[in-house]
Design a protein around this ligand. Structure first.
Ligand code: OOG
Ligand code: MG
Length: 257
């Protein structure tokens, strides 16, 4: 790969490891979407070289509320590793992040590989299970501000994720989703906010991966993207995502702000 992109991958990777915010890459250089995914890929190679295992992908900006909140209107992909996963009911240490936010999601577990242009029915045929999920995003850019190429290069802000109980696939077209902070609803929406149907997000993940020369693997997790805008985390919170018919998932937030 182009050495300039490799050095930008080192910059975003170091920011994630040190949890020190950086300036947007696009301020100093023009980056295409292809450049940005090349940076994301090279930064992921660094994680893998340190022993992290790829476990799936996440989508970004699959809902209108998220696109409006961040001012980015293209659906984007990021990669998940085992090191990003937190146990359901587990604890997130704020000190390991820059300015983390949380959002309510739905996750898929794949039982066969997926890539290319797929219908929703074809995508569904690869789904072993579905679960309520929470995603913690933590842009490595100062003030959580970025352009499209910046956020892609930064692995689509992926920081941590929590998966609730898996269950066999059911109709996800319009499930009520509510994110609670200490039992109070702070964001509410419907699974229909996710590209009209979360299976469309799964198909989008397979299509974007294909464009990158990748396949979504059997056993991988696919996070469909937030149904609502994200909320900043504070120490001491218990956060829950309650999804009708799917159940709920939670984490506790520890550490100083
Ligand atoms: C980018 C990631 C967006 C989602 O679910 O839409 C995302 C960001 O907002 O920082 O994960
Ligand atoms: Mg998300």
């Amino acid at each position: 790969m182009n050495g300039g992109l490799e050095s930008l991958a080192a910059v975003v990777d170091a920011a994630a490891r040190s949890h020190c915010a950086i300036e947007q890459l696009s301020i100093r250089r023009d980056l295409s979407v292809a450049d940005a995914y090349a940076i994301q890929h090279a930064a992921m190679e660094r994680r893998i070289a340190r022993g992290e295992m790829p476990v799936g992908v996440k989508l970004g900006f699959t809902s209108r509320e998220k696109a409006l909140q961040m001012g980015v209107h293209d659906v984007i992909l990021g990669h998940l590793t085992d090191a990003m996963r937190l146990a359901d009911g587990g604890r997130l240490e704020l000190a390991a992040y820059i300015h983390p936010r949380i959002e309510p999601e739905i996750a898929f577990l794949l039982k066969r590989p997926l890539r290319g242009q797929l219908s929703e029915i074809e995508a569904l045929a690869a789904v072993a299970a579905v679960a309520p999920a929470l995603e913690v995003i933590d842009s490595r850019y100062r003030d959580f501000k970025f352009a499209l190429a910046d956020v892609i290069a930064d692995n689509s802000s992926a920081a941590a994720f929590v998966i609730g109980p898996w269950m066999p696939p059911l109709d996800l077209s319009d499930l009520a989703m509510a994110m609670e902070f200490d039992g109070q609803v702070v964001r509410a929406g419907s699974s229909s906010a996710i590209l009209g149907h979360p299976l469309k997000a799964l198909a989008a993940a397979a299509r974007i991966a294909d464009g990158l020369g990748e396949t979504l693997q059997d056993g991988w997790i696919v996070m469909a993207g937030a149904a609502t805008a994200a909320e900043p985390l504070r120490p001491g919170l218990t956060v829950r995502n309650v999804v009708s018919q799917l159940g709920s998932v939670s984490i506790r937030v520890g550490g100083a702000a």
